[in-house]
Design a protein around this ligand. Structure first.
Ligand code: SIN
Length: 342
């Protein structure tokens, strides 16, 4: 099963020689599959869940995706699912799906840095690789969520876009790829299965389980098994604030002032902090005010590698290794989880 959501992988340009002058999300997912000769004869179904540039990703698209995954993963004849996606927010969707998926079948996100009309189009190879990873994982009864880009398989909680225009645009922060498909052909190498099983993919389970009992923020590791039902609720408002020179907390106070009249009040803030999750003293003061008004604050880091280290006297939980955008998803789910228990 291939679920299409748009992105550059489905993008087209008027003039294919003008690499960056294109529109994302133009071709249907069935057109993408038809363009890959290696997929001819593979029993595939396609469903167009959305057609968006993923910079415009929204909870409603995630909800539609969750519904489609729920429906199709339940079907015995579906071995697993590939999702075609934009690169810009792939790390958020990957993290979200991993948190919700029961892990019973493989779900693989893939994307492209060049549009389908480009002479350098990378989508067809990425799509072929993604299908192979689903086939291989399914054959070995492995499930979970990973991302496949440029010949590498990434854990859904580690993957992040780290280059704005290179074909090799993703990395895993401090985490290496689970598998390098170019060095370890997925069809043949036992090590691939071992690597997939190490992170993200694991032995198939009998069926969906209850969400893990552990409390957030300690539950941001693979296969959260929180269930697709989380996407049916309206999400609480969670914003990201960056710490930087002169960060005096003005933006936080502006949000708090606006929140008093907003239909969807502010419930959480993720700080993209300096270094290992530190922040400007002026911003800290404003965040204390936010906490006094019932807002939950989590800390992440704006630094590419290393993440947040716990320190004596930390005022707010630090998210160890997620990007700020992934931490926003984690805090949203955490707040939703808390409200479901009330
Ligand atoms: C998008 O994220 O949909 C556009 C950019 C891309 O896919 O590379």
């Amino acid at each position: 099963m291939i679920l299409g959501t748009g992105g550059t992988i489905a993008g087209t340009a008027q003039d294919p020689s003008r690499q960056w002058d294109y529109r994302a999300a133009q071709l249907s997912v069935s057109q993408l599959v038809e363009a890959v000769p290696a997929l001819r004869g593979v029993p595939l179904e396609t469903v167009q869940v959305a057609q968006v540039d993923s910079k415009d990703m929204s909870w409603s698209v995630w909800r539609a995706l969750g519904r489609a995954l729920h429906e199709h993963l339940e079907r015995d004849e579906v071995a697993g699912v590939v999702i075609t996606h934009g690169t810009d927010t792939l790390e958020e969707t990957a993290y979200l799906l991993q948190a919700l998926h029961d892990g019973a079948k493989p779900v693989v996100l893939t994307a492209a840095m060049f549009p389908a009309t480009s002479p350098q189009a990378d989508g067809p190879t990425n799509l072929r690789d993604a299908v192979r990873v689903v086939q291989e994982a399914s054959r070995r009864c492995l499930g979970g969520v990973v991302a496949v880009m440029h010949g590498r398989v990434w854990s859904a909680s580690a993957v992040r876009k780290s280059h704005s225009n290179a074909p090799d645009a993703f990395d895993g922060g401090d985490a290496p790829p689970l598998v390098n498909l170019r060095r370890e052909p997925v069809e043949s190498d036992e090590d691939v299965v071992k690597a997939l099983a190490k992170l993200g993919f694991r032995a198939q389970r009998a069926g969906p389980a209850e969400p893990a009992e552990e409390s957030w923020p300690s539950a941001w590791h693979p296969c959260g098994r929180w269930g697709w039902g989380y996407l049916e609720a309206d999400p609480p408002r969670v914003e990201i604030v960056c710490s930087h020179a002169d960060a005096d907390g003005w933006i936080v106070r502006a949000m708090l002032a606006h929140a008093q009249t907003s239909a969807r009040p502010l419930r959480g803030i993720v700080v993209a902090g300096t270094g290992h999750g530190t922040m400007h003293a002026g911003l800290t003061e404003a965040l204390r005010e936010a906490v006094r008004q019932g807002v939950t604050v989590w800390r992440s880091s704006r630094v590419a590698r290393g993440g947040v280290l716990p320190r004596e006297g930390d005022e707010w939980p630090g998210v160890p290794y997620l990007t700020a955008a992934q931490a926003r998803v984690a805090l949203t789910l955490s707040l939703l989880g808390a409200s479901r228990k009330e």
